[in-house]
Design a protein around this ligand. Structure first.
Ligand code: IPE
Ligand code: IPE
Ligand code: MG
Length: 257
């Protein structure tokens, strides 16, 4: 996919720093959402257990957060665990739900240093206590940071989110704190877990799958989509910049001309 871009890059032989500089001169997306996919296949290719792929993928989250922050991106939402991922073998689910702890245990000091603010979307009620604790600590310790928002979608499902929003709307109408006529798109957005976050400008999905898998269905209405065959653990700075360059080449019309 997008081979011509890669050839062009090779021809120009630009370093990462030079490419970053060039991207910064253009319009950088304010909010990037990523469906991090392909960890299992990455591991399989190396005859490793699937969890080895998840572990490697964690490093990509760190790398991407750093790059996004350096570019001045305001929010990065990463799909870490979906409401459908409970269908996986228990060992894998357990490992995936240990990862936020490991990630924050390793990188929280650096994130604090870099002025990153950690946030979370998803149904926390069904998460193990150790996961919730790790995330709450990170939320608390970074709440005054005003750099990049690193938003983890953990036990997140968009349909459940929308349904929950509708229930809350119904409740508020019943209690009289909301008038039916006052419910606008903007107002409804504030009933979603992404309240306060701008809708993503760019969605990246790795590993060659071309679907949303129940991710941010409302929020992605006018987002630019970028799909790449690269597996998430392999997704490096050049791949990230490739995505941004493609984004910068798009014409966003929002229904206009
Ligand atoms: C993405 O990698 C991580 C999560 C969904 C949590 P996968 O585990 O889905 O990797 P593949 O799709 O099996 O290769
Ligand atoms: C989507 O990936 C969920 C996350 C990245 C957390 P999946 O690998 O679970 O999605 P499907 O099953 O291929 O749609
Ligand atoms: Mg997958």
């Amino acid at each position: 996919m997008f081979r011509w871009k890669k050839d062009k890059k090779k021809e120009e032989q630009l370093t990462i720093d030079e490419r970053m500089k060039r991207v910064k001169q253009g319009e950088v997306p304010e909010h990037i959402a990523i469906i991090m996919d392909g960890n299992g296949r990455w591991a399989k290719k190396r005859a490793l257990p699937r969890i080895a792929g998840h572990h490697e993928g964690m490093k990509t989250v760190r790398r991407t957060t750093k790059l996004a922050n350096e570019l001045g991106v305001k929010a990065l939402t990463v799909y870490a665990f979906s409401t459908e991922n409970w269908k996986r073998p228990k060992d894998e689910v357990d490992y995936l739900l240990r990862l936020p702890e490991e990630f924050l245990g390793t990188f929280l000091p650096e994130l604090i240093e870099e002025n990153v603010r950690v946030q979370i979307i998803g149904d926390q009620e069904k998460l193990p206590l150790h996961t919730v604790k790790a995330v709450s600590t990170a939320l608390e310790k970074t709440k005054h940071n005003d750099g990049l928002v690193l938003n983890f979608a953990l036990n997140y499902g968009s349909r459940a989110e929308i349904l929950e929003g509708i229930k809350q709307v119904a409740k508020d109408i019943e209690e009289g704190s909301l008038e039916v006529g006052d419910l606008s798109e903007e107002r409804f957005s504030s009933y979603l877990m992404t309240k306060g976050l701008k809708d993503p400008d760019l969605l990246i999905r790795t590993s060659g799958e071309i679907r949303l898998s129940n991710f941010m269905l409302w929020q992605l209405a006018y987002t630019e989509f970028y799909f790449t065959d690269v597996l998430w653990p392999d997704f490096d700075a050049d791949h990230f910049i490739d995505a941004l360059e493609v984004y910068q080449g798009r014409s966003r019309r929002f229904g206009g001309v």
